[in-house]
Design a protein around this ligand. Structure first.
Ligand code: 5GP
Ligand code: ZN
Length: 117
């Protein structure tokens, strides 16, 4: 059920400490950890501890957790000393989403072209 931990979810396992991750920040409602396949000098994923399949479902089902995730993206940027950065929420297979637990990518530390590919 949405909001409940899922046995087959990689990021729920990271939240539970069952899979190791390089955690850079943790709050009561969120975890931020380095992406295993970084696309920029800083590439941190910010996730809610509650399980929702994507950011749209999170915003609809747990808007306070969605706000917490957004707040944490800025906190990560501050800690990484990024004055320019990008936050990406891939939503749906066609947009490249591969992990079905809402997550924001915080990317920075290099020039980021716009529009993206
Ligand atoms: P998506 O493609 O769903 O937007 O992003 C999923 C991200 O999770 C990818 O950038 C991928 O590199 C990252 N990822 C996948 N498996 C792991 C893992 O086990 N640990 C960490 N830290 N990142 C992962
Ligand atoms: Zn999950």
């Amino acid at each position: 059920m949405a909001g409940e931990p899922q046995d087959d979810c990689l990021f729920c396992k990271i939240v539970a400490g069952q899979i190791p991750a390089t955690v850079v920040r943790e709050t009561e409602t969120t975890v931020a950890f380095r992406d295993i396949n970084p696309q920029a000098p800083t590439h941190v994923l910010v996730i809610p501890k509650v399980h929702y399949r994507d950011v749209a479902a999170l915003a609809a089902g747990a808007p306070e957790a969605a706000a917490d995730v957004l707040r944490e993206t800025q906190a990560v940027a501050d800690e990484e000393k990024l004055d320019s950065y990008r936050v990406v929420f891939n939503t749906g297979t066609g947009a490249g989403q591969t992990v079905w637990h809402a997550h924001g990518h915080v990317l920075g530390g290099r020039g980021l072209e716009w529009p993206p590919g």
